[in-house]
Design a protein around this ligand. Structure first.
Ligand code: PYC
Length: 316
């Protein structure tokens, strides 16, 4: 019989939760973040389920496991995960980590680097409560790829990288509204399945596991567009999705529809907003900056009791 305690802070960024685990329950070695991720995945995946899945978490919860910084210039390293696996980067999650670290007094106003499995990102913590995240280099990989749906309709989308792989579609002819979430979930799952079965992937064969539908903003004075983003665990992002917004502005940049430095306001399906802009890098990719607001919603210890049959989460 044993009881293990795992200290955590819960935050939400525009409605999307992040459970920040302040220290890895097991040593992941001193390698780079990718090697720590594979150690966690191969040897300690039970902890992923214990941290984010029911009954402690939910299918919408994203975990952010903090480990020592890889580089002396960084404040921490982070591994992001969800109910089904691991994420390369997570924009709303990185903003949540920043707010959790500020809550703990580990950072204050200023600029901090965070090491992620897909490269370092930068957090700018001004006084106005917003966090600006400078994300990893982002780009459009393929333009206007057709996807034929089971009902015979064909939709088109761009495939783009923003720290995760996205299929970004705006000719779906559905209302991007919260009341339509079941319809949007079904549609995005169908698109994801079709991409899978037809072998359409990211640049190096990666699965395109985020599907982003674009529609008009609720109020064009407040935002440029609204999105619905299906995440890998088949749930939708309540935030405007930091990596998805990065991928979206990479497509706008590639089409010449958004100039460097100009703000693009992306609304989420629940009405929260990220403000995004970009710089152009020498290799033609863009470097996105995503600004959003997060709040601490809980702190404490997860308790893993060996007598509890669901101590390691319900396997879905
Ligand atoms: O904000 O990048 C993001 C994200 C990815 C999955 C859920 N949120």
């Amino acid at each position: 019989m044993s009881t293990e305690r795992i200290p955590f802070i819960d935050t939400h960024t525009g409605g999307e939760p992040t459970r920040v685990v302040l220290q890895s329950p097991k040593s992941l070695g001193g390698g780079d973040v990718l090697s720590r991720l594979s150690t966690f995945q191969d040897q300690f995946d039970d902890y992923r389920r214990a941290i984010v899945c029911e009954p402690r978490g939910s299918e919408v919860m994203v975990g952010a496991l903090l480990t020592d910084p890889v580089s002396s210039e960084s404040v921490s390293s982070v591994i992001f995960f969800n109910n089904v696996g691991y994420l390369g980067m997570c924009g709303h999650g990185a903003i949540g980590v920043a707010i959790a670290l500020r809550h703990l007094g580990k950072i204050s106003d200023g600029i901090y680097r965070l090491d992620t499995p897909v490269g370092p990102v930068q957090l700018d913590m001004p006084r106005d409560g917003k966090v600006s995240l400078q994300n990893v280099p982002s780009y459009r990989y393929r333009k206007r790829i057709p996807v034929r749906l089971p009902d015979g309709q064909t939709v088109h989308g761009d495939i783009a990288w923003g720290g995760n792989w996205f299929f970004i579609c705006d000719d779906h002819q559905r209302k991007v509204e919260l009341s339509q979430r079941r319809v949007l979930e079904n549609l995005t799952l169908q698109i994801r399945d079709q991409l899978r079965s037809s072998g359409v992937t990211g640049r190096n064969g990666e699965e395109i596991d985020h599907i982003e539908l674009i529609g008009p903003a609720s109020d064009p004075k407040l935002a440029c567009s609204k999105n619905f983003v299906l995440c890998p665990g088949a749930v939708y992002d309540r935030s405007p999705c930091g990596t998805g917004t990065s991928a979206k502005i990479a497509c706008l940049a590639a089409d010449g529809k958004l100039a460097p430095g100009v703000a693009y306001r992306q609304e989420s399906i629940v009405g929260s907003i990220f403000e995004a802009s970009y710089q152009v890098l020498e290799d033609g990719k863009i470097l996105p900056t995503i600004a959003g607001t997060a709040h601490v919603s809980a702190e404490g210890n997860l308790i893993l009791d060996s007598n509890d049959p669901f101590s390691l989460g319900i396997q879905s």
